[in-house]
Write a protein that binds this ligand. Structure first.
Ligand code: ADP
Ligand code: MG
Length: 292
């Protein structure tokens, strides 16, 4: 096994998926720990380009709820990128392993929505927002969610590069229009995924549930999710309204901004009166939703 990637000594391999291996490393020059994501494939220019794109999309992103890229590297012909090392479970692991209150889970949601706001304000669509792509870090005793894996991200300005991997995010969290066609996928596809995450955090159950991927796809295309109050009968009104606003089938009618979702959680009405003006994202929403 490789022991170093350039001046980064490998401490351990964290994960190895179909596309990439993630290492925990230490920078020999500074002593600081990082995570490095290296692509598996050799001599695959298209895949290399995808990883470099992932890295470039993240280079300018700095937000406490996003894992930023410090450096894009090429090691022995393989592309990779260096990022913060986050010591903590993924959101799905955290939900399975932790007894938590709705208040704690809604505070996590607030951070995830703020991280997504940061991406969208910079023209980045994540396209695979799901609990496995959110790490939960504990900073001074406070849980901080951090969005990772912008592998399918695509600057809105870029012309589309289409392949199966970029069409499909993870089943169960992707928007119906993302299943049908990539051409129409805009930032509101991420809002749909955000709604699925809100559902999971509010109900501790997934919105779409089926035995097979094919049935799951049918459910998503028809946008038939289990009504949240069937799972949690006393779920507060504002959470139900925010979920419904995010999981709207038609992206044009779907709530258009993650900060609006936070506003609805705070009691703002949705849908609003129709307007011809381009919707302006609202300002900072103070504090997470706190149930009574
Ligand atoms: N910056 C990081 N710090 C710590 N662990 C990470 C980091 N990035 C990724 N990981 C781990 O590696 C896994 C896969 O990373 P991800 O970027 O989602 O790759 P994939 O494209 O294979 O889904 C994550 O679920 C997480 O456990
Ligand atoms: Mg991932």
């Amino acid at each position: 096994m490789t022991r170093a990637i350039g001046h980064y000594d490998i401490i351990e391999q964290i994960d190895s998926g179909s596309m990439a291996t993630i290492y925990r490393v230490r920078d020999r020059r500074t002593g600081r720990e990082h995570a490095i994501k290296m692509l598996h494939l050799d001599n695959d220019e298209e895949a290399s380009e995808r990883v470099l794109r992932e890295g470039r999309a993240m280079l300018g992103l700095q937000h406490k709820n996003i894992v930023g890229v410090d450096e894009v590297i090429n090691h022995m012909g393989k592309p990779g990128f260096v990022m913060d090392y986050v010591d903590g479970p993924t959101l799905d692991e955290w939900i399975n392993d932790t007894d938590s209150t709705l208040t704690t889970r809604m505070a996590l949601f607030h951070g995830i929505a703020e991280g997504l706001h940061h991406l969208h304000m910079r023209g980045v669509i994540h396209r695979d927002l799901q609990p496995a792509n959110i790490l939960i870090q504990t900073v001074d005793g406070v849980l901080v969610p951090r969005i990772i894996d912008l592998g399918l991200s695509k600057h809105v300005r870029d012309t589309g590069i289409t392949d199966m991997h970029s069409v499909f995010g993870t089943l169960g969290y992707i928007a119906p229009e993302q299943i049908k066609s990539t051409a129409t996928v805009g930032h509101r596809a991420d809002i749909f995924s955000l709604g699925c995450i809100l559902y999971v955090l509010a109900c501790e159950a997934e919105p779409f549930d089926a035995e097979s991927d094919l049935k799951l796809m049918d459910l998503i295309v028809a946008t038939k999710y289990t009504p949240p109050r069937e799972v949690v009968p006393d779920l507060p009104d504002s959470i139900v309204r925010a979920i419904v606003a995010c999981l709207e089938h038609d992206p044009h009618k779907r709530i258009h901004h993650s900060r609006w979702v936070l506003r609805v959680l705070q009691g703002a009405p949705w849908p609003q009166q129709p307007t011809n003006q381009t919707p302006v994202p609202p300002g900072r929403v103070r504090g997470p939703f706190v149930p009574n």
